[in-house]
Design a protein around this ligand. Structure first.
Ligand SMILES: Nc1ncnc2c1ncn2[C@@H]1O[C@H](COP(=O)(O)OP(=O)(O)OP(=O)(O)O)[C@@H](O)[C@H]1O
Ligand SMILES: [Mg+2]
Length: 363
């Protein structure tokens, strides 16, 4: 996949932008606060209609304006024009001037893998943040997953509110709870399968990638789930056993909504023991694994965005990371330190884009 041209209207600090990109490597540079992340965020929003930052869509709209429009010409097997329009009332998407009513039909058309320093949250933050990362990665591979996730969450809400009702009203029907629980387990198992398979794919890649970047250490991702290694019947038994606890809490204490992943380096949890650099390289290794999975499972090559990757890493690691950049992968790198990059990319051809005060200068 290649994004050939990007047009922005009132997106964050950009009033109007029309820029074309190199099919392989694009280096975006400029000072802090100049708009580098905003530009790659626009590409991400074009692909997924939402940001990689956990923020409200309204923040995309340039201050003192009402509407933002992101448009891009993207070439995969065919060439299409994609458009995302965001107002205070919501968002609309189009492909080649055809409106799509369901966002889920739009998402996953432009595969994308992005690294941003915020992604260290994947290691440092709470399980719910890690599940979000996992959900985005899997839903890009399989649209069905997003639908299953939605129906699981709906069933969970129904079950939780019925538990509260049962707690207050001794006459509430147990049969209804059983029906809901069974449905929940059926959907939950689908999600569990997706996640287990995905982590297994990640583990086929991640150790060798990490080793190539860092030189030493065995990296592995561990997946924990209440559903692990259980049949449907065993899971239903688990719910039956925990019913009184669920009733007194007024919520479902077990299920894939508590799943978690852990990055383990030489058997030790990186969250507790890893250095900043080790954590960053682990997340980057995950991202390159994502790229490989896309290629293998969907036979597509995603767009790769490396936002502010270079800060805090030593030259050797950066050089090793840059060696992963392949000619068939359209890659965007943002940096404040263009000299560093120029030095390391001496033998490559690439497009340089300088950002200054919300204006792009193509070189
Ligand atoms: N909705 C908006 N309207 C106008 N300006 C905005 C909006 N949202 C963010 N900005 C501005 O965009 C700028 C930040 O841009 P961005 O995060 O892309 O910088 P950057 O070049 O990535 O910087 P760094 O090197 O520090 O990562 C800030 O000056 C911020 O005020
Ligand atoms: Mg930035």
């Amino acid at each position: 996949m290649q994004i050939q041209e990007l047009k922005l209207l009132n997106f964050r600090n950009y009033e109007r932008v029309c820029v074309s990109f190199d099919s392989n490597l694009n280096v975006i540079y400029g000072k802090n606060g100049s708009g580098k992340t905003n530009l790659v965020e626009a590409i991400y929003v074009l692909a997924l209609t939402r940001s990689f930052k956990q923020i409200n869509d309204k923040t995309f709209i340039r201050h003192d304006t009402e509407v933002t429009k992101i448009e891009g010409v993207v070439k995969g097997r065919y060439e299409h024009t994609y458009q995302v329009l965001i107002t205070n009332d919501g968002k609309k998407v189009k492909v080649d001037s055809n409106k799509l009513t369901k966002l889920s039909d739009y998402i996953s058309k432009i595969p994308i893998v992005l690294f941003n320093p915020n992604d260290l949250k994947m290691i440092k933050d709470t399980p719910s943040v890690r599940r979000k990362y996992l959900n985005i990665a899997i839903s890009q591979l399989d649209v069905l997953y997003l639908k299953q996730l939605n129906s699981y969450n709906k069933l969970l809400k129904i079950r939780n509110s019925y538990l509260k009702q049962m707690y207050l009203n001794g006459n509430a029907l147990h049969d209804y709870l059983e029906v809901v629980t069974e449905k929940l387990v059926v959907e939950g198992l689908k999600i569990y399968e997706h996640r287990r398979n995905y982590i297994a794919f990640i583990n086929e890649q991640i150790a060798s990638i990490y080793e190539r970047i860092v030189g030493l250490g065995t990296l592995q991702v561990k997946y924990t789930s209440d559903y692990a290694n259980k049949s449907k019947e065993q899971i239903l038994e688990m719910y039956a056993k925990n019913l009184s606890r669920d009733l007194s809490f007024g919520k479902t204490n077990n299920g894939v909504h508590h799943d978690d992943i852990c990055f383990s380096l030489d058997g030790k949890d990186l969250k507790d023991y890893g250095s900043e650099g080790q954590q960053k390289n682990a997340v980057i290794s995950w991202k390159f694994s994502e790229m490989a999975i896309f290629h293998e499972k969907k036979e597509v090559v995603p767009i790769l965005i490396l936002d502010d990757l270079l800060s805090e890493l030593d030259m050797e690691k950066i050089n090793n990371i840059l060696s992963f950049i392949q000619e068939n992968v359209q890659t965007f790198i943002t940096t404040t330190e263009i000299e560093k990059i120029e030095y390391l990319l001496e033998e490559k051809t690439y497009k340089k884009i300088h950002i200054k005060n919300g204006k792009l200068e193509e070189e």
